[in-house]
Design a protein around this ligand. Sequence first.
Ligand SMILES: C[S@@+](CC[C@H](N)C(=O)[O-])C[C@H]1O[C@@H](n2cnc3c(N)ncnc32)[C@H](O)[C@@H]1O
Length: 252
Amino acid sequence: MAAHADEYARFAAYYDALLNPFLDRVRERVARICRGHGAARVVDVCCGTARQAVFLQRHGIACVGADLSFSMLKAGAGPDKSACEQTDARACMGPDTRTPGRAAAGEPARDGAGSGKRLPGLVLADAVRLPFADNAFDAALLSFALHEKPRGTAHAIFAEALRVAPLCIITDYTMAERNLELPGQWLMAVPERLVGGEHWRNYRMFMQSGAVQGLLFRTSGVRLLHREHLFMGGAGIFVLEREEAGQEPALQ
Ligand SMILES: C[S@@+](CC[C@H](N)C(=O)[O-])C[C@H]1O[C@@H](n2cnc3c(N)ncnc32)[C@H](O)[C@@H]1O
């Protein structure tokens, strides 16, 4: 894999402490939705600190987390990160990522103590080119990842998520659809403005091009199954299904 700058190196140590109070109930909701759809093997694409895996595991769902930031993968108090403490980034890889098609999606690593506790596989990987076979998972999660990417990259990540799983759950910022939701939309801009730089520029572009609703409007081959509003309408959970097996979603 080509070397990437670890864009989250500055934030990784604080990420969970700052965001878990707001995001944990969303993660619980996402885990329940996965269970409701019968998903047994889930990949959390752009998983960050892999906190979502904790909630999935509580519902008996096996999870693999993929992220480009080694700092994020090894940060946080979620699942066991002991393998990530080692200097070799590859050491925190759970599934076999070298051979596409051999990702052990349903077989997350077990802890070294032999207790049988199920641990997620954490994979250092670029979400535009995931090291997993087609349909390796029942569901792919994209939580608060697309808004910070340039439009083409966001679409490529979405397409890749739908390649590795027939169901994709996007949780991200939305356009207000009623006046009542406008304060929620404005509120969501605050953390993005504080981060600043390219992150802020991409966020603004994401919102200008219609946020999640815009992304879905420009994508064919995907059906919206279910939608939930979060944070006074400033964000949402979108449960999406690939319309036909093998059909890649296309940018219109
Ligand atoms: C805002 S965080 C969200 C983390 C997590 N999904 C959550 O909800 O807490 C965005 C994450 O996307 C990751 N990311 C950004 N670009 C990526 C890429 N091309 N491939 C994989 N991960 C990426 C970042 O490293 C970061 O951990």
